[in-house]
Write a protein that binds this ligand. Sequence first.
Ligand code: C2O
Ligand code: CU
Ligand code: CU
Length: 487
Amino acid sequence: MDRRTFLRLSVATGAATVLPWYLWGSRSALAAPAVLNTPLAIPPLLTGRSEGDQRVYDLTLQSGSREFFSGYQTPTIGINGPFLGPVLRARSGESVAFNVTNQLDEDSTLHWHGLRLPGEMDGGPHQVIAPGATWTPRFTIHQPASTQWFHSHAWHRTGPQVYKGLAGLFYIDDSLTESLDLPKEYGVDDIPIVLQDRSFNSDGSFRYVDNMHQRMSGMLGDVTLVNGTVGAHLQAVRNRLRLRLLNGSNARIYNLSFSDGRKFHQIATDGGLLAAPVTLSQLRLAPGERAELVVDIRSDDNVVLRHAPLRRRIPMMRPWVARSDAESFDILGISGTANSPAGAGLPDRLVPGQELKPESADATRRFVLNTRMMAGSTINGRQIDLQRIDHRVRLGDIEIWEFENRSPMPHPMHVHGVQFQIISRNRAPPPANERGLKDTVLVDADETVQVIVKFDDPADDRHPFMFHCHNLEHEDAGMMGQFVVTA
Ligand code: C2O
Ligand code: CU
Ligand code: CU
């Protein structure tokens, strides 16, 4: 929509109603409730079954419906259920095998986000699962305990499929982490928290991208789902909780804090535990990122986890970028319980940190990120072509990847098949809570971020890895590239 059309539209319908919609995304026909009092859904755990020396999981991609608002059925997609999936659980060192059956009436894929595995098992756009077909990836888990996830990576359809619910968590355990005195009882003091924003039509169906602004900035909704729960509330039954957060939203960046400003501790990033807990009072989490937090909840506490606007310069002539972070909203209410048992501990040291040294890098690659009104979002001026390999990496090499964002929009950049470490943000060292293993890093408007990464998992020309912006509308619009890792 050009400026003149927009102004004409504004006059025709009243600027007051069009403006917020135009700037902040779509306004739901069904509004988020003012009170957070619906018990937080905890997804079922799926630990698979043992078959020989493998752990086997049966997963079915299926369509269904869910009553997010009472009296309204919302058509959805889920894995082994109507919306989202179970929490998969496996141990580091284990061989895992999956039977992923697609019962949808469209092509899909299932990508293991954050997992280190061969390109062939990655579940990217090359590993299509046709309707009725079963995909059977298998691999050995060779990375530390962490909170990973899985989601559709369908060609040009990742955004809409994830939006409808095709995503879930994947926990990796190991004995080092188990030996630490941390909250670890699933659903009791170790709580999965999948954050997603949605917009609804008046018939209860999800409203997906329906205007130019959403196509450019990514889909933002004004109803927050936590594990699929609208107006979610958690009754804490221990005094110390571990919250495993996943930003499973298509495009929204959260700036999280508690309503009373209380401090909390971040113990893990995307790829696993930090060397030591980092005390914070707010946390920024971009699409695709995970963070594990430890927070103390006293018996008489009543707090709300909320999103508050990020303080950020909005370029004068580009009001269309003034999106997600302009409004505050509540996400999850948490209350304490009288006489709840004392919680687990919080060690001063978590895992030995191993830093890759910039001097050890074999190569440096630069990625210039851009977003233009007409050309859309690009990496080094290009959009993805499944026939083209953009980068060739040697197996075992250590490389520095530098993402330079020349656009007025943030881009959460994600690399498949690896866990990297952030070396710098605008040439300065990253904050303490970003000094862990990562697979997704937010590159803010006009920011340059360097990461260092060792490529230990192979991907050949037929099964390349992807790197892309995890704003799913940017990804679907082509802000993605392919690389191979070969000896
Ligand atoms: Cu989480 Cu290529 O994706
Ligand atoms: Cu991924
Ligand atoms: Cu982007």
